[in-house]
Write a protein that binds this ligand. Structure first.
Ligand code: BEZ
Ligand code: FE
Length: 307
């Protein structure tokens, strides 16, 4: 069945209609064009998209030049996007959409560690490393002992949980951004011990700018926003029977906590990095000078579908 999405009032033919078509009729016709879409969810998405897009155009009284500039931005976004870089996701991040979709998709129970954005620098198949191992061969940053426990909402340890971790170096760069960096630089996967504990040697993360040499960067510059993210370390934590958690923890003393370019800071994810000296008896074996330590406990929510 074809859809009746006419712009002229019902009962009149296109040729009978007199006078200019009203803008409201155009919006109604565009929305109605999806009325017979058999896939219900797709119909809901497309009709709502049309309603909101048309409302936006009315709200700001969009000019033709602005409409053209918007199309040009979309074209430029497509042109800069490739297998390594997704400028569309960066738009979603920089407009707060990624965080909103994540918040709606993961309404976690109180007490569970909160989620945040994945970001573009995660890499597949990071090496599985042993408890306490470094995630680098050599790094520019200050060595940091990261440790914690993975537990459930009742406080029971989760042994055998996997933590996939990645972070940037004092150069500001993630391993995947740095052609000089060895494979798997500053990333790795760890399994928790029976008591839920994990530990590894990373470096103290530093604030860095999101990629700002493309359309998103141009938008940030034109609107007086900065591209910086506060210092953080990424983790994906997974275990059978539990919701997989994509999160970061943030250096509680970092710059930009109040103005993260991608709106990903949640107060519950701030952690204190503790200054440790070279003569500290707990100094990890591969560290020679001063170092830092940070505790990051994780609480996973039960996955009703799996348990
Ligand atoms: C990140 O944390 O790696 C990141 C997240 C969103 C956009 C850019 C970078
Ligand atoms: Fe990051």
């Amino acid at each position: 069945m074809t859809c009746d999405h006419r712009c002229v009032p019902r009962g009149q033919s296109v040729t009978e209609h007199e006078g200019p078509i009203q803008p409201g009729a155009i919006s109604a016709a565009a929305e109605a064009s999806f009325a017979n879409c058999d896939a219900e969810r797709l119909r809901i998405l497309m009709q709502s998209l049309v309603r909101h897009l048309h409302a936006f155009v009315r709200d700001v009284e969009l000019t033709e030049a602005e409409w053209r500039a918007g199309i040009d931005v979309l074209v430029a976004t497509g042109q800069i996007t490739d297998g390594q870089r997704d400028e569309f996701i960066l738009w979603s991040d920089a407009l707060g959409l990624s965080m909103l979709v994540d918040a709606l998709a993961h309404p976690l129970p109180t007490g569970a560690t909160e989620s945040t954005v994945l970001g573009p620098f995660w890499a597949d198949r990071s090496p599985l490393r042993d408890y306490g191992e470094p995630i680098f061969d050599s790094a520019a940053g200050e060595p940091t002992w990261v440790q914690g426990h993975v537990r459930d909402l009742d406080g029971r340890p989760i042994g055998g949980a996997e933590l996939d971790v990645w972070q940037n170096d004092a150069t500001l760069l993630y391993g995947v951004q740095d052609p000089e960096a060895p494979e798997a630089h500053l990333r790795g996967r760890f399994r928790t011990r029976k008591d839920g504990s994990y530990a590894f040697l990373g470096v103290r993360p530093v604030p860095y700018p999101i990629p700002d040499d493309g359309p998103v960067g141009a938008m940030l510059g034109a609107t007086g926003r900065h591209p910086w993210r506060p210092a953080h370390l990424h983790m994906i934590v997974s275990a059978l029977g539990y919701e997989t958690l994509t999160t970061h923890f943030f250096d509680a003393e970092s710059a930009y906590l109040e103005s993260d370019a991608v709106f990903a800071v949640k107060p519950s994810l701030l952690r204190r990095f503790v200054r440790r000296r070279a003569d500290d008896p707990e100094r990890p074996p591969s560290v020679t000078g001063d170092w830092w330590s940070v505790e990051n406990d994780i609480v996973l929510a039960f996955n009703a579908a799996e348990s």
